[in-house]
Design a binder for this molecule. Sequence first.
Ligand code: FES
Ligand SMILES: [Fe+2]
Length: 431
Amino acid sequence: MTATAQPLEIRSLLRLDEGYVHSDVYTSPAIFELEMEQIFHRGWVFVGHDSEIPENGDYVLRWIGRQSVIMNRDSHGNVHLFMNRCRHRANSVCQFERGNSAFFRCAYHGWTYKDNGELVGVPYAEGAYEPALSKENFGLIPAPRMGIYRGFVWGSLAADGPSLDDHLGVSAKRAVDLFCDHSPVGEIEVRHGATKSVIYANWKFQGGDGYHPPFTHQADFGSIRAARQGRPNALLGMIKKDTTLSRDLGNGHFCLDIRTMGRGPLPDAPWAKEYRASMEAAYGTQRAKYIMDSGGPHTILMPNIQLLNPDLRVLRPIAADQFEITFYCAFLKGVPKEVNTARVRLTESRMGPAGSVNVDDVEMFERNQLGMQQLVDPWKFIGRGMAREHIDNDDATPEAYRYENSRAAHYSDELTQRAQLRWWAAQLERA
Ligand code: FES
Ligand SMILES: [Fe+2]
């Protein structure tokens, strides 16, 4: 691939009907530039959850592609998404990952903005501008579009285009609903720290791969967890059993639908009884049981957020062969503290720096990236389960969480990767 790749060449990198994708899709800097332009600087990108900024004045610094943005809550409680750029000579006005401030003061020449973006201070302005500077024309610039669904905040740098509602679609919203509905008040809280790391691989490696766990995670599932649960490698059995599905949820979103696997009973403890009772009071017995048994969605929303209960994983592409990932544990509001303690221990034990799952995935992603740099035979095969793809209406699931009319295949099939790439190609080819 040359540095002048054009969108029209994109289709030549995919032979999905035969089950092949060209390695350039994951290794080419030119393709990465197109992704920045067409996906991250044009489409909807997840930036944060509004529970990260609960108090007036709270802010967090985030990214939309390569653009630094400030998500904050102003003195009136309104959430904003501002481009991190001073209106004077374009310095970034915010340098800290998070904090609380009623003002953003640019360190370069002292221009100062209120938390609602209004420019309120221009040092030594008297006599310097003729006519006098109109401060109202120099406020912080908001991201062209911001959308919020159940506290999840997305931004788009394009003033026009599909709405957030269109981008998510019904099924992805239902996945968000199932994630949040583990709380009896339907709200999560994302403000208890995170684990962040850089992975030297392409950002499109986002999991949703049901084929790898018994092998990649052999240590965890085959020995550690099996010993804990007193059973052999459970996931090998799952691939044979055919009880779970991979699903294309539309718009590039996909999931491993492991909701029917069950999570086992809650412990026989007063806090567990209290949690169950509050869930039943909130949702009714049947729906509460479904939510708690499901373990939540295992869903990946393009381009950069994964809901893998209890984790929220957010991804930031840096280069064709480099991305950053942040793992948050989503706490549930309105539950006994033991519920959240158990959730955070789970996130730490699987995804933390000494966790038993993430390290395996990172190693595979990086080995995969290395393999794809080979120039001889650049095609990789993602044809598993092509003949098993079918439309599934998810009838057994309560309507509130149903993935109606979704393309599905066996849990271990590469349907998810094909779904992601079809969406990806359509984004890169958009006029
Ligand atoms: S660049 Fe911000 S005050 Fe000059
Ligand atoms: Fe994995």
